[in-house]
Structure formats: C-alpha cells, structure tokens
Design a binder for this molecule. Sequence first.
Ligand code: ADP
Ligand code: ZN
Ligand code: ZN
Length: 720
Amino acid sequence: MTALFPVQIALQMPAHSAVGHLLTYAAGARLAPGTLVRVPLGRREVLGVVWDDNDSCGTAPGEAPAQALPEGTQLRAVSAVLDGIAPLPDAWRRLVAFAARYYQRSCGEIAMAALPPQLRELTPEQLARRLKPSKAAAPAAAAAGAAAPLVALSAEQEAVVAQIAAGSADRRPFLLYGSTGSGKTEVYLRCVQAALDADPQAQALVMVPEINLTPQLESRFVERFAPQYGAAAVVSMHSGMTGPQRLRSWLAAHTGQARIVLGTRMSVFASLPGLKVIVVDEEHDASYKQQEGARYSARDLAIWRARAHGAQIILGSATPSLESWHASRPATPQDPGGRYLRLHMPSRIGSAALPRVRLVDMTQQPKRAVFSPPLLAAITERVQRGEQSLVLLNRRGFAPVLYCADCEWKSDCPHCSAHQVFHKNDRTLRCHHCGFTQRVPPACPSCGNPDILPLGKGTEQLEEELVRLLRNVQRPDHAPARVARIDADTTKTKGSLEAQLAQMHSGDIDVLVGTQMVAKGHDFRRITLVAAVQPDNALFSNDYRAAERLFCLLMQAAGRAGRDAGYLQAQGSRAEMWIQTRDPQHAVFTALRSHDYPSFAAQQLREREDAGMPPFAYQALVRADARTQEDAQAFLHAACQAAREARLPGLDEVFLFPPIPMTIQRVANVERAQMLLESVDRMALQRFLHAWQPLLHQLRAQPVHRPLVRWLVDVDPLAI
Ligand code: ADP
Ligand code: ZN
Ligand code: ZN
C-alpha cells in the first residue's frame, strides 16, 4: 500500500463559508508548496494550491485549518497534480498570504482570483496540450524587426534615469513626479532595459490603470524590446483578454519566457520568478483599487511585493496621490522624510509649454449656456485652423434626470435611491447603478403632463449642442466640423474604442466630447484646447477626496493639450485648458491655473492632518447589505457590540464610527449601510480587524441576522 501524505490546499471556498481557508487532503507523494492540484470539494472538483503549514495566511485565529475536518473523517485524496507547471514560487505565496491577511480575505480566494480562469477549467490533459506549443517563440524573435535608434534623453530624463540606476541605498520606492508630456514612459523603458540587460532571468512588471486605453504603451514596449528579446518577451494581462490569451500570458510570465508583463491591477499577482523592477504608471489612479471581492490596492501591493522580492519600484504620476506625495516628502531638520524617494521632471519634452489655464466665471455668462461665448469662439477658431479640441464632461447620457415642472415628478429608479438617466439616442431611461432600463414615457407618469424636461447635461447633450453650434464652421479644407463622442456608451462593442481613438489620432475628428476615459494617458498630438464644461458638480460630493480627484482629472485632461511643441509652433497656436465654473476662487481651480500641484497638495495635506484623515490616519469600512436599512444597521451595531464585549486587541486604538446609510442607500432593492473604522496606528487597525473577522462570521450565522444579504470589509477604502 502506498503511503499517504496530508497536504494543505488553499482553494476558493463558497462565499461566507465558516470553515477554515485551507483544507487538508491526502496525496500519494509529498508535494512541494506552490504545486497546483485538483481536489474534490463537495461534489465538484476544483483547482487548489499546495500551501505550507507555516505560511501565515488570512485564516482567522482560532480556526486551526489543518484540524478543520472532524476527527475520524477520512481525508479525501488529491485528484490530480498539475505537474506540467512548476510550483508557484515562495515569493508569490507570501504575496498572496500578505494580501489575504491585510485585506481580510482568505488565501484561497486571493490565490484563485490571481490565477488565469482557464487554469480552473482545463483538465490536466488539456493543459498539457496547451503547454506544448509554447516553444514557438524563437521564430517570432527572428521575425521582429531591427531596433529603432534610441532617442536622446532630455537632461531631466537623463538625471532621473541615473538616479534610479544608482538606486537608493535602502531600496526605497521611487516616486517619479513628472509633468504630463515630460517623457515618463521613456524613463520606464530605460529602467526596464537596464534591469533586463543586467540579468538574463530578470523580469519587469509595468502596470497601467486601464490597458484598453493605452494600446500605445503596449506598442512602445514591443517596438523597444521585441528586436532584442523577441516578440514573445512582452505580454499583457488585463480583463479584456480571452481565457486562452490570459492563460498564455500567465504561463509565459510563470515560466520566465516573458520578460515584461504589461497589465492592469490584476497583474500585480502575476507569477514572476525573476521580478526585478516594477513600474506603476499613473499611480494616483483609482482603478488600482479593486472594488469588488477582495478589495485590494494593486499599487500598495506592488510596493510590498517590490520590497519582499528586493525589486526596484517606480511609481509615476503628474498628480501623485496625496499618500504617495506625503510618503515622498523630503527630509528636514525636524522630519526624517518619507519612505519614498521623489524624483522630479517638471518640463515637457521639446520645451512644449503646459497649457494656459483659463477660468470662465459662469455667474457672468448668459443663463443656461452650456458653452460660454468665449469658449465657443475659442473652439471655433481651433476648428478653422484644423486643430483639435477635447471637451470633458464626466457624465454620460443626455441628461441625468427627467423632470415634470407641474407635479415635480422625477425619473427615479424604482429599485435604487438614484435617478434614471435620460438617454436620448435610444429614448430610454437607464439606471447607472442597477441597469434597470425603460422606454421614455410619452407623458408624466404621475400627472399626465406631456412636457417632461431633461434636467442637467450629459455627454450626449453636449455632442448634440456642439453639432448645432458648429454647423456652419468649416475646417481649413472647407469640410464641415466633425464632432464625436467617446464614453462608455459609444465603446461597448469590442474594438470600437480603438477605432474611435484612431480617428482622433489621424485628425478625422475636430472636437471630441468625452468622459474621463479620454482625459488620461493618451498622447494626442494635435489637441490644442481642452475644456471642462461643468466641473463644479464633482465638488458637491461629501467625499473628502473629491477635490483631490477633480484636481487630478483636470490636470490630466490639461495634459492632453499641446503635447507637441513642433506642431504648436508650426500652427502658430498655443495650448489652452478652459474651465467653466461658478466658483473660480476655489482652491482646485486657482492651483490648476498655475499648474501648482505641490501647493495644492500641501494645502490638502494640511486639511487632512487637521482633520485626522488619511494619509495621517488609516481607515477600514465594514458594509452590510439587507432588504431593510434596519437589518443592515442591526448587523453593524451587533458587530460593534461584539467587539467591545470581547475587548478585542487594538480596540483602544481604533475609533468605530456609528453605522450610517451609504450615500446611495439603496441599489437594486438592497439597502446598504456602512461603518467607518479609523486609527492613527495601521498595525492596531490590522490587529483589530483580524481579531474581529471570526466574530463577524459568527454573527452572520445567527438567525437574527438571516435577513442580511452580505457583509464585507474594505481596508483603505477610496470612497467613504
Ligand atoms: P508622459 O508619460 O510623461 O506624459 P510620454 O512618455 O508620453 O510623456 O512622452 C511624451 C512624448 O514625448 C511622447 O510622444 C514621446 O515619444 C516623446 N518623448 C519622450 N522622451 C523623448 C525624448 N527624449 N526625445 C524626444 N521625444 C521624446
Ligand atoms: Zn407631472
Ligand atoms: Zn437602479
């Protein structure tokens, strides 16, 4: 009889399972930690990763995972070992374990979410077949063209690249604070190049907030590295890829064949045995925070990962997050300085000037004008000169609400505490929270008034307005002005975004209306005017990060204008950023006018420090969803009480705010409540959450809390 060895497996348990997060199975041989296996779970067979006894994991204390099976139970056997794939490296498992612990999830959940979905579906035989043709990379390398000559670095790029190459003595993360158009990407390319040249096994991870928006970045990396390392050396990882594509990229990274992984937040979990350098571009971007399931911050995990791997990390932005800005403050006699090293590239390439910012005081403009006369004149001039303009409004649809002036009826969503947005193109009312869609009613459903009116503006309306306003305006070739719109509605079908961006790049579009989708990252060469027509809305929110977010967005948007100094000169034109506001004295706009991120950040940080807000405090949110607000809040109250009764560690250092309804209280007929936790001591907050987790699971199981739909914890939440 063959000996059986007990092995611990991390796997994805059913949601809210109270069982430990690792299960013990029997294997016919000793299995190295990190080995991928298939195991029976209930009546299914699932993917799992062999986990080490000693790996600390997200498991709550008191839930001894190895003994989770009742005594006398026969261990179930591992059904298959995926031995065609090398075990996942220790460093990868440590990252997963850290993420699980920090974000209050299970190792299995994080691990399974980090692996390509196809790995879960394919049988070992199918997988073995997939593994074979992997070798076709060599001819691809030969096929790649000759290397283009490198551009000469600007003096600022040169200095920054040298500093990064010299490294910091204590391997601190670098924050590359560089203006829009200062050539940060070229710096990334050089740093990646240096790492790859230094070590034949070295790998680089380059993260961007939304890879679909940056096909340019992908082609720049391929262009640069394919001639030397082969076309297979650069792979992408993002949710827009098909299952087989993701599996291929993942395997290439895991086997070391891929030298560079370009990806969105999910790529922070790529298996990269040779990881030597990580780049997080646009590090301030909120899309680095996963907002469902395990709510991790890919930027923060990247920093942890770099330290654990001894890899170099570069965070880049023209408008760093206040967290990173604060963490990179220089040392003073009173202050030892931050944990990061700040590098600065203030100038644009080719001495292109940053756009001049023009504030239009809308209280002095004709009532109800969407486009103030001076802005319209400026756009008209641009069209006549053959230059492009970008008009930004962060709200899609025609109008955010329909309204009846007779009885005050509004197009409220019947399932959410939100309005249904009016989409004129297909005459629908759509809820952007739950998706509920209806035909526009012919008359007010409440009083029969046939004149129901759109209230407020969306991108559809802006586009329509512009078409009307520019109908008699001609381009230099006498063709009529062409207006287009890019937002989530116009880019639903695959490839449509790429096609529309290509039109923009080729000059087919004169005026582009868009949401934040078009504001960031793109290297448009012929835009000389960017306008934010109604940015004030963003400041009415009660989120303390609203000002920071708006400043970033506008600064990024401004960064799309005048990126090509040669073009501006040839045109005899200058780049402008127009802002229509009813509050031109607001700190966001005055700082923007002088492109003064540092003083804006300093002012915001002072406010945050006075108010004891992040980055001077650490937060977590506990959210509860139920059919009624009372049930949702009852769970949070009970959770709070349970913590006090149990005198949980860290409780003295953690402040628990009372449960409150969320800003959008009801979505899809579910009432949502939340409770904020805050502490100046990050570790104390962690200790508390860790000890609290099992109590929350126990509470959830009580009959009185049966009406609860779900609960979740969000550590370092971005929106509170
Ligand atoms: P950022 O990411 O800082 O906004 P990019 O990296 O997109 O800026 O660079 C802006 C533009 O300048 C790009 O078109 C890029 O090709 C070009 N560029 C970057 N570095 C140089 C250089 N040293 N010489 C000439 N052009 C450069
Ligand atoms: Zn009415
Ligand atoms: Zn709804």
